[in-house]
Design a protein around this ligand. Structure first.
Ligand code: HEM
Length: 338
């Protein structure tokens, strides 16, 4: 992660680049990458969270929880996926009406499905559906750009609107930029939320103290689709589950992060032994936003429901991080909170 451009170069297949766009931060290289990365980091840095994101995250969480009822059995994996997509639609595009969120969420979902599918651009294939979704998303983004130009700052166009007002990118580069954020910030957030609840279900002590995000990210192996081209032969090791650095490395133990000798390790910005958000020049620019979304989700979920697991489940990492049965749980609503 800290060797971008030295030992490794970030590198994705053409089919993926065509889908996420060549003007986005994930596939860009060199100076263009540095510029886009800085814009992304600035748009989502911690002091923007309260002014630009907090209220909307709470609104989307409320909308989601309003549809989860007492005694209902749900597949939490599906709920988290939909929630993460709705959060992205709302925050990137400023969309909040149920109808529009629904329409855009379907396009986002089709798009994300195609990113990890066979790249066959023919009707009936997920990749083709994703390409169509990409074109429709671009149309919607261009419409928001035009509205923002017409109405100025008064128009709430989410992150797209802020980009237009700040003028940091030419209009024709905005769509790819946004689509890259959509891809990077969707599955990762959804799976961290899901795995955190999965681990909490089996750890009543942690549930009581809700200390889980760092440990979920260590053990969850969430961001697994990062591609690199090695510029020379390199030997590498995976650190998050190495016994030399983490005692009982394959066990979920969030209390390890309270141990003073792990305090330095918890610094995910530059500790080489803990890097769930990557590192170096490609360190995740959405990290603060992701942590806020996940923390709020956990807070509201735990305060609003008790739950019981309906069927055994286990984690799997191919083709993507998931729980194989989707984590069916029965909900018991705690009255009076939301
Ligand atoms: C728990 C949630 C998340 C995890 C675990 C995560 C993890 C990562 C990791 C490991 C990278 C490095 C990729 C690489 O080295 O090639 C990365 C990059 C990135 N992330 Fe995140 N991420 C999360 C949420 C988000 C969110 C919410 C957004 C934005 C809405 C976001 C936007 C990005 C972008 C744009 C990049 C590419 C940066 C670059 O290549 O310069 N991420 N993320």
């Amino acid at each position: 992660m800290h060797n971008e451009g030295k030992l490794f170069k970030s590198s994705y297949p053409k089919s993926f680049r065509d889908l996420v766009g060549t003007n986005g931060v994930i596939t860009a290289q060199g100076d263009q990458h540095r510029k886009l990365h800085t814009i992304a980091s600035n748009m989502m840095r911690s002091d923007t969270l309260k002014t630009c994101f907090l209220k909307d995250i709470q609104m989307v969480l409320n909308q989601t929880f309003a549809g989860l009822h007492h005694n209902q059995t749900i597949l939490l994996q599906d709920v988290c996926r939909k929630l993460a997509i709705n959060l992205m639609v709302n925050q990137l595009l400023g969309v909040s009406s149920d109808k529009e969120v629904g329409e855009m969420a379907q396009l986002f979902s089709d798009f994300v499905d195609g990113c990890l599918s066979l790249p066959i651009n023919l009707p009936g294939f997920a990749y083709h559906t994703a390409m169509n979704a990409r074109n429709n998303i671009i149309r919607k983004i261009n419409k928001i750009i035009r509205h923002t130009r017409r109405h100025g700052v008064g128009y709430d166009g989410g992150l797209v609107g802020r980009l237009v007002v700040e003028g940091s990118l030419p209009d024709e580069a905005i769509a790819d930029f946004i689509i890259n954020l959509l891809f990077a910030g969707n599955e990762t957030t959804a799976k961290t939320m899901l795995f955190a609840i999965y681990f909490l279900t089996h750890s009543p002590l942690a549930y009581n103290q809700l200390l889980v995000i760092d440990e979920t990210l260590r053990l969850g192996g969430i961001a697994i689709w990062l591609m690199r081209e090695a510029k020379e032969d390199v030997e590498y090791q995976v650190v998050h589950q190495d016994e030399n650095f983490y005692e009982g490395a394959t066990t979920f133990n969030p209390f390890r992060w309270m141990d003073p000798k792990n305090l330095e390790k918890a610094n995910w910005r530059n500790n080489p032994f803990y890097s769930p958000f990557g590192g170096g020049s490609r360190l995740c620019p959405g990290v603060e936003l992701a942590r806020l979304q996940i923390a709020l989700f956990l807070h509201y979920f735990v305060m609003s429901y008790r739950w019981s697991q309906v069927k055994e489940d286990k984690m799997s990492f191919f083709p993507s991080a998931r729980l194989i049965n989707g984590f069916p749980i029965k909900l018991y609503k705690i009255t009076g909170y939301i």
